[in-house]
Design a binder for this molecule. Structure first.
Ligand code: PLP
Length: 277
């Protein structure tokens, strides 16, 4: 395994250790990013670093490193990796301090970064689509921040896995928000519907890239609230994320989506996304 970066040091993963009092461990008091790397080049890096800044601001934690410092760390991780395609994981917590909910004074953040091999999206998913289930979105009201406090997302993803599904599509007050670890795009009346970017969803970098592609290629699209009733009558549904890119959803709550096969807009967007990479 390649070296990892921890608080200014480069270490083999077995030697990288943090205190049990780290607030990331005790409270989930931290933020993170996941950045895909193709042929040793980080993809959409500026957008990921911008979102990291936004997450830090949202939890009121001063950025411990600037973008150039992150770029240096990431290029070292990418350069040393055994594989050409990686996913980079960055995490910043509010550091080590005696356990107390309120922010500690004069504590340095814990900064951690690693590269791991990017698992290819299974061919079967792209050819036949995946199964998903729906569930009430019972997370907090700051889902736009990419925080390490992911217990709700963990339980929701496991709810899906327990039913033989790949992802859980979340519904808040009758409207689609996103997946447990992905964004959701729905096709209704031949129009791509993107649930609006607000505090209830993570502004996905892949979601943004796909909106740009839809715009550039004049595909009909709207960023608009998607009622659960529309979701369940849609002709296509897709899930997007940096590591899974764009995946067709062909079964929801045990029922086929459209004709139960990946649809034409998915195929078009997949081709466009692959050429963007
Ligand atoms: N929404 C949630 C809750 C996520 O965890 C993720 C990614 O992990 C996404 C959306 C997709 O974001 P991105 O496309 O930036 O990976």
């Amino acid at each position: 395994m390649s070296n990892i970066y921890l608080n200014g040091q480069w270490l083999p993963i077995e030697q990288a250790q943090i205190s049990v009092l780290d607030r990331g461990f005790i409270f989930g008091d931290g933020v993170y990013e996941v950045i895909p790397v193709y042929s040793r080049k980080a993809f959409a890096l500026d957008a990921h670093l911008q979102r990291l800044d936004n997450s830090l601001k949202g939890i009121r934690l001063a950025a411990p490193l600037n973008h150039d410092q992150w770029r240096t760390i990431i290029s070292q991780l990418v350069g040393e990796a055994d594989q050409e395609d990686s996913s980079i994981y960055l995490q910043i917590s509010r550091g080590v301090a005696p356990r107390d909910h309120a922010f500690p004074k004069n504590t340095s953040a814990t900064v951690f970064a690693m590269a791991k091999p990017m698992a290819p999206v299974p061919q079967d998913w792209l050819e036949n689509g995946i199964k998903v289930v729906t569930h009430t979105d019972d997370r907090w009201l700051h889902c736009d921040l990419k925080t390490t406090a992911l217990l709700a997302n963990v339980l929701l993803r496991q709810y899906a896995v327990d039913q033989g599904a790949v992802e859980c599509v979340l519904i808040r007050d009758g409207f689609v928000t996103e997946g447990a670890a992905s964004n959701i795009i729905v096709v209704h009346d031949n129009t791509l519907l993107f649930p609006p970017r607000n505090n209830l969803i993570l502004p996905g970098i892949t979601y943004d890239l796909i909106i740009d592609l839809a715009q550039q290629h004049r595909l009909p699209f709207k960023e608009a609230p998607v009622p659960q009733t529309v979701l369940l009558q849609s002709s296509e549904i897709m899930m997007t994320s940096s590591t899974r890119e764009i995946v067709p959803i062909t079964q929801i709550d045990g029922k086929p989506v459209g004709n139960g096969q990946p649809g034409p807009l998915f195929k078009q967007l997949l081709t466009l996304y692959q050429s963007l990479k």
